[in-house]
Ligand binder design. Sequence first.
Ligand code: G6P
Length: 369
Amino acid sequence: EEAEKGGYDHFMLKEIYEQPRALRDTLKGRISHTRDKVVLDEIKMTAKEIKNIKRIVITACGTAYHAGLVGKYVIEQMVRIPVEVDIASEFRYRDPLIDKETLVVVVSQSGETADTLAALREARRRGARVVAITNVIASSVAREADDIIYTWAGPEISVASTKAYTTQLVAIYLLALFLAQERKTMAAGNIKEILDELKALYSKVQEVLDNDQPIKEFAEKYCRHEDAFFLGRGLDYAVALEGSLKLKEISYIHAEAYAAGELKHGTLALIVENIPVIALATQQSLFEKMVSNIKEVKARDASVIAVAMQGHTEVEKVADQVIYIPKTHPVLAPIITVIPLQLLAYYMAVNRGCDVDKPRNLAKSVTVE
Ligand code: G6P
C-alpha cells in the first residue's frame, strides 16, 4: 500500500496532486486541433434529438451531485435549457417528470451507486435519453446509459473524492459546450475562448497546488474548531457545498455551506467570534456582493479566509487571509477554486489525527440503499 501511495502520506493527497494530469487526460482528444470545436464522438444523439431536448435533469449522489450543481449553472448559461439537479435517492421516489424530450445526465465516479443506478433505470423507463458521466469503464451505469462520457481520472482510492470531482466538472463543461455548439446557442468565438481556457487549466491547478503554505497555516490555526462555514454566490455556492462536504467527511468538523445572500435569513445567528469562515469570491459579477457578505461576518468577529481571483486585491481589506487563484474564465473557476478547499479539508483532518483515507462510517461506493 505504501508503494501505491507514491511517497504521499495518504491516497487523498496523492489524488489531489494527480489532478493536473487527470484534467489533461479528460480533455485529451475532445477538443479539435484548432481549439474551436468540442469533439464528443461518444454522444450518439442525432442533430434532431439534440434539437428536441426541452429539459435536462442531472442526478447523482454525494460529490457527484455537487458536480451536477455546477452543471446546472453552466448548462443553463451556455445552452439556455432549463436544468434541474436532483439527489438520486430523492429523484426516484417522487414520480419524476421525465419524458422523451428530457435528457437525463447521471454522474457517478464508481458507476455502481445503487440510488444513482436506480435513477438511471427510472429515467430510461420513462423514455428519457441518459448520458452517463463516470470514471469506471464498463461499470453498471456505463453499461446501461445511452451515451457515456468517461472522466479518465484513474482509480480513486480515497473515500473522499477529489480528482473524480474536478474531472466530472470537465466532462460537464464539454457536454455543455457540445450542446451549445450543436444548438448554436453560443458564438463560435466564445466557445473558443472557453476551450482555450480549459486547455490552460491544468497548469493553473498546479500553481495552486504549489502554493499550499497559507492553507497549511490556516488549517493548523483552526483545526480545533468544531464548526466552520463556507459562503459563496452563484458557482461559488456550488463549490462551497463541496468544500463543506470534504471538511465534514474527513475531519468531522461540522461545516455548513450557505448561499451568501441567504446568510441573514438564518446562519448569521451562528456566526460568533473566531469561527472559521471560508468565503469564495471568484465570480466577478458577484464580487461586490460577496465583499458585503464578508463584512457582515467580520462585523461578528469571524475569522475569514477568502478565495479570490488574482487581481481582486480589494478583498484583502475585509478578509483576514486571502488565497489567490490564477485568473480564468469565471465559468471555469470551480475547477480551481475547489483545490484549496480540498487541501484545507485534508490538512484540518491530518492535524486532528483523523484517518483521512478511510473516514468513519463512510464507504467509497454505496451499492446498497
Ligand atoms: C459515496 C462516496 C462519495 C461519493 C458518493 C457517490 O458516498 O463516499 O465520495 O461522492 O458515494 O459515489 P459515485 O461513485 O456514484 O460518484
